[in-house]
Design a protein around this ligand. Structure first.
Ligand code: AMP
Length: 195
């Protein structure tokens, strides 16, 4: 059987969230299986990470987790993953997820989540990553970040075309529409004319 395309999901590891976040993460897990995708993620069993992985498994989908050894020994890994890759550093983990993913989705999260998607957008603007990136803006969670992006644009910290290098979805089905609509969007050369 052909291997499924892998959707990389970045999301919170926190178990203390309003249940609406885990419900959306589980909906994403079910929906990605229904659309023929597999999951690649940080391999954790806590928070939204665990919620999305368990939903994928419960629908018979394929889960690839990439977890650093120091988290695995603290029993934070989702051991039911079809493939649980153990790495040493957080950087190796991000590289492996980036390389194997076919698209990236960011659910609500904290610093870890933000760092992961910001690295991908940084590579995206350099055209070193060419894959679709979608923010799931659940109940406006990412509005302040998107506002900051607008300020960066207005103040010329990046080009207008940067705003086309990611998409925003407000519902789970929209995530998949945005992935399709942004496939093939190319980054403009990053560097401005020097004067
Ligand atoms: P945060 O948004 O700060 O909760 O961090 C979530 C991201 O950081 C995930 O996508 C993981 O790659 C990584 N991470 C942080 N904490 C954990 C954990 N307990 N288990 C697995 N991965 C984690």
């Amino acid at each position: 059987m052909a291997k499924p395309k892998l959707l990389c999901v970045y999301c919170s590891s926190s178990d203390r969230l309003d249940p609406k976040y885990a419900a959306a993460a589980a909906e994403l897990g079910s929906e990605l299986v229904a659309r023929g995708w597999g999951l690649i993620y940080g391999g954790g069993r806590t928070g939204l990470m665990g919620a999305v992985a368990r939903a994928v498994k419960s629908r018979g989908g394929h889960v690839v987790g990439v977890i650093p050894e120091f988290m695995k020994v603290r029993e934070l890994a989702y051991d039911e993953a079809d493939e649980l890759v153990t790495v040493i550093t957080m950087r190796e983990r991000k590289l492996l997820m980036e390389t194997r993913a076919d698209a990236f989705v960011t659910l609500p999260g904290g610093w870890g989540t933000l760092e992961e998607i910001m690295e991908i957008l940084t590579l995206r603007q350099l055209d070193l990553v060419k894959k679709p990136c979608v923010f799931f803006n659940q109940d406006g969670f990412y509005d302040p970040l998107l506002q900051l992006f607008e300020t960066m644009l207005e103040e010329k910290f990046f080009k207008p075309s940067n705003m086309d290098l990611f998409r925003v979805a407000r519902t789970i089905p929209e995530i998949f529409e945005r992935i399709e609509s942004s496939a093939g969007v190319k980054a403009e050369p990053k560097w401005f004319e020097t004067r």
